[in-house]
Design a protein around this ligand. Structure first.
Ligand code: SF4
Length: 289
């Protein structure tokens, strides 16, 4: 007999199942899930789903530390890792016309719609989808929109955005040549770090964006982007300074520009990271940031 679940656990599981459904996965249990009963709070159905998700999730052991140890129904770190294997990796180098990629990105925008899949919708003015070339070889991933981004609907347009522009320019590229997006598309209140359930829910769109652009190199700006791309929470120092293989792309982790504004001494370290990215791209450094 299925055990009863409290309301918080039930809502969290329902959100998790909606996330899988949005990815097009509805039959990773022994039998298909009736989402209408899940939404209605059918405890027995959810309990079965919970057990099966837990079994599925433990197959990936690449996470080193839990993201939210207070939740015991499905460990967040396992959920993040499981997500990495849910979508087929992009085919780097395959020829897809720019207009087809632009159309595919527009489709994601349409799918997001007036999104209310997580709590962050409550405080946003604008959904900040992303910006840049759909065929970019270099893609930056930040954490989430700030006040300026929320007001303008574009990523990295405030002071941190200006510094990112300088970083891109120092690499010998223009902002129009790269693609810029965030883990979450709506501004967290007070610019707080996105909660794991918010980042997990929204990052389905990030993964789809990356799969459309198919960049050669991804630069994760800050700990949140690194955590949700790599599926592991580690201090930034342990992730920086090297190339991570990520679904066919090379992924480099560096500091978030907002952090560099607070501690400019770290710019030298960030530049070293960007030089790794440039080497992967076959670029020569024209100047320093
Ligand atoms: S942050 Fe993402 S998942 Fe949450 S409401 Fe905004 S678009 Fe939807």
């Amino acid at each position: 007999m299925a055990r009863a679940l409290d309301q918080e656990t039930r809502e969290a599981l329902a959100a998790r199942l909606r996330f899988y459904r949005d990815l097009g996965l509805t039959e990773f249990y022994r039998r298909p899930v009736d989402f209408s009963t899940i939404e209605a709070g059918a405890e027995a159905e959810i309990a079965v789903a919970s057990a099966e998700i837990a079994i599925t999730s433990v197959q990936d052991q690449s996470v080193s530390a839990p993201l939210n140890p207070t939740q015991n129904f499905v460990a967040e770190e396992q959920a993040i890792s499981a997500r990495k294997s849910l979508v087929a990796p992009p085919q780097i180098g395959s020829v897809v016309a720019p207009e087809e990629r632009a159309a595919a990105l527009l489709q994601i925008v349409e799918d997001i719609g007036d999104c209310k899949r997580c709590e962050l919708h409550k405080g946003r003015n604008t959904i900040v989808f992303g910006q840049g070339s759909p065929t970019a070889r270099l893609l930056f991933v930040g954490e989430g929109p700030g006040a300026d981004e929320d007001a303008q609907g574009l990523p990295f347009v405030g002071r941190a955005g200006q510094l990112l522009n300088n970083m891109i320019s120092a690499m010998g590229l223009s902002r129009e040549e790269v693609y810029i997006c965030n883990v979450v598309k709506c501004r967290p209140p007070g610019n707080r770090t996105p909660e794991p359930d918010e980042a997990n829910t929204c990052s389905q769109f990030l993964f789809r964006q990356i799969d459309v652009v198919r960049p050669q190199v991804i630069v994760a700006l800050g700990a949140t982007a690194a955590t949700y791309l790599l599926g592991q929470r580690q201090p930034l120092a342990g992730l920086r300074g090297r190339v991570h293989a990520w679904r066919g792309s090379s992924l480099i982790v560096t500091y978030h520009p907002a952090y560099l504004l607070r501690d400019p001494r770290q710019k030298k370290e960030a530049w070293a990271d960007l030089q790794i990215a440039m080497k992967e791209l076959g670029l020569k450094a024209p100047k320093r940031i």
